[in-house]
Design a binder for this molecule. Structure first.
Ligand code: OAD
Length: 244
C-alpha cells in the first residue's frame, strides 16, 4: 500500500466553522498570542487562558467534520494515510481517520501544569504527561493533578514550548513516500509557524505533492490547488483513488 501524508492547518477545519488564526477575523486578530498561548500568559492570568480554551473546547464540540476531513478518511480505503496536523480539534478522528499526529496537542486532552516534575516520563527532554487524559468538560481553575496537586491545563502546545512530534519520524516518512511513489498533501496552513512549517521543504523531494489553499504560497515545485479544502480535497481524493 502506498503512503499518503496529509499535513494540515486551520484551513482544513475552516468550513466546519472553526476560525483560522491569521485570516481576517482570525483568532490572532482578536487575542494577543502572548496572553493566551504562551507560558508567560499562563503565569500572569490562568483564568484568561482557561476561558480562551473553554471557548475553543465548546466551539469544537459543536462542529462536525467537513467534506475535506471525510475525503482524507476515504483515502484510507486504498492508501496508508498518515495525518500530521497542527490542529487541536478532533475532526479528523471523528471523520474516521486512524493515524493522526497532533503536533500542537489536542483540545480534548488535559495535563498537569507541572509536567516537568511529577509527570515526566523521561528526564527533561520528553514532553509526555502521565496524566494527559481525555475530558468531557473544559479545564477549570481548581482542577488539580491527582499526583502533585498542580493546576490542570489543556494539553495544547503554546509558543516557546516544544511540538509533540519528532523529526526522525518525519524523515522516515519522507523516505517512505519518496521511494514508494506516495503522495504528500499540505492543506490549509499559512506555513508561518515553525518547526511545523519545516515539513513543507522536507517533503519537497517527493514527486507527487500538493498544496491546497484558497491563497496558496508558491513553494518549490508543488502542485497548487487553489481553492477551499472542502472542494479541492474530495476532487483530489477521487483522482488518487481512481489511479490507485
Ligand atoms: P493560519 O490561520 O495561519 O493559516 C490558515 C490557512 O488556511 C491560510 O493559508 C488560509 O488561506 C487557509 N484557508 C482558509 N480557509 C481555508 C479553506 N476553506 N480551505 C483551505 N484552506 C483555507 O493557520 P495555521 O497555518 O494552521 O499554533 O497556523 C499554524 C499555527 O499557528 C496554529 O497551529 C496555531 C497558530 O498560532 C499554536 O497555537 C501553537
Amino acid at each position: 500500500m502506498k503512503t499518503i501524508v496529509v499535513f494540515s492547518g486551520a484551513g482544513l477545519s475552516a468550513e466546519s466553522g472553526i476560525p483560522t488564526f491569521r485570516d481576517s477575523n482570525g483568532l490572532w486578530e482578536n487575542y494577543k498570542v502572548e496572553d493566551v498561548a504562551h507560558p508567560s500568559g499562563w503565569a500572569k492570568n490562568k483564568e484568561l487562558v482557561l476561558e480562551f480554551y473553554r471557548q475553543r473546547f465548546e466551539g469544537v464540540k459543536k462542529c462536525e467534520p467537513n467534506a475535506a476531513h471525510k475525503a482524507i478518511a476515504k483515502l484510507q480505503d486504498k492508501f496508508n494515510v498518515v495525518n500530521i496536523t497542527q490542529n487541536i480539534d478532533d475532526l479528523l478522528e471523528r471523520a474516521g481517520c486512524v493515524l493522526i499526529r497532533h503536533m500542537h496537542g489536542s483540545i480534548n486532552l488535559r495535563k498537569c501544569e507541572w509536567h516537568k516534575s511529577c509527570c515526566m516520563l523521561d528526564g527533561d527532554t520528553k514532553y509526555t504527561c502521565l496524566f494527559a487524559e481525555e475530558h468531557k468538560e473544559a479545564v477549570k481553575l481548581g482542577d488539580k493533578c491527582m499526583m502533585c496537586g498542580g493546576q490542570m491545563r489543556p494539553d495544547v502546545v503554546w509558543f516557546d514550548e516544544p511540538v509533540l512530534f519528532d523529526f526522525e519520524t518525519v524523515r522516515e516518512l519522507v523516505k517512505e513516500v519518496k521511494y514508494n511513489d506516495g503522495v504528500f498533501i499540505c492543506v490549509g496552513t499559512s506555513a508561518q509557524v515553525h518547526p511545523a512549517a519545516a515539513l513543507i521543504p522536507l517533503f519537497a523531494q517527493v514527486k507527487n505533492k500538493y498544496i491546497i489553499d484558497p491563497n496558496p504560497k508558491r513553494i518549490a515545485d508543488y502542485t497548487l490547488l487553489t481553492g477551499k479544502a472542502g472542494e479541492e480535497l474530495p476532487k483530489l481524493a477521487e483522482k488518487l483513488l481512481k489511479g490507485a
